[in-house]
Ligand binder design. Sequence first.
Ligand code: PEP
Ligand code: MG
Length: 317
Amino acid sequence: KRERDFASKDQPAMTIDGHRMEIVANIGNVEDAKQAVALGGEGVGLLRSEFVFMERSAAPTEEEQTDIYSAVAQILGPERPLIIRTLDVGGDKPLPYLPMPHEENPFLGERGVRIGFDRPEILRTQLRAILRSSGLGNVRVMFPMIARLEEFRMAKGMLEEERQKLGVAPIPVGIMVEVPSAAVIANQFAKEADFFSVGTNDLTQYTLAMDRGHPKLAPYCDGLDPAVLSLIGMAAKAANQQGKWCGICGGIGSDPQAVPLLIGLGVKELSVSIPTIPSVKAQVRDLSYAECQRLAAQALAADTAADVRNLSPLAEE
Ligand code: PEP
Ligand code: MG
């Protein structure tokens, strides 16, 4: 492992040739927000709002949710972005008060935003709470498991209706790119979304058709597979071409072998696990953007994930 300067955790992350990266955190509750800021996080790239809904016997009310999102927004302050992802549960993550019919393939069933279309009151209540907290910080909303443009339009339409009823200002709205179809038609999505955040955990699972938690397949379910990298590159390129931005919130954002490739593919924001914020920032400061672009091109042309990981200088990470 390389020696790195973790002391500058509060400084921005800029490559040696002046390319700025935004290093933000994946968080799951209010306490995480404090830790993310303490460790130099420049904001929150993914608030997994599931925590608000879990371990309860009834859905949280609009007031309860507003209080929680407002608390996080206030910890982050007016500058640091807070991206709140709407509820992402499904057949595999059941909630007692949300009975779901048995599904043969829960990962291909009513997950993520699809639940919000089936139970619009749950999604609308959450959207109102997010909108009501938005005046207290730099709040953005993001929809999970978007596969088709119609789904994004429908979710965005619900957001806009609730916004008009509340009479608050518009907020940026983005999508998780975690279903391959969203990456494949990223050009179309980039015209209508304000930002993308690639969920590489699910994107890898759906691209390789390998359950992300499967004990035997886990070693092969690698986000550095050239097929997955190619989809990430498509998403980033489409966003950049439309003057939008593309981030990453899947687990590979914290993988030192992935960081140079993601930068080289045109990703602008890395949302990483809290403890890795200082090390990811330190790594970015050691990199050259031109070199990252060269490495990314090599990775896209590689045959296998193992070949990608063996690329020099990634192999030394
Ligand atoms: C992902 O799929 O990469 C992601 C960040 O979302 P989650 O892990 O919560 O499914
Ligand atoms: Mg996901």
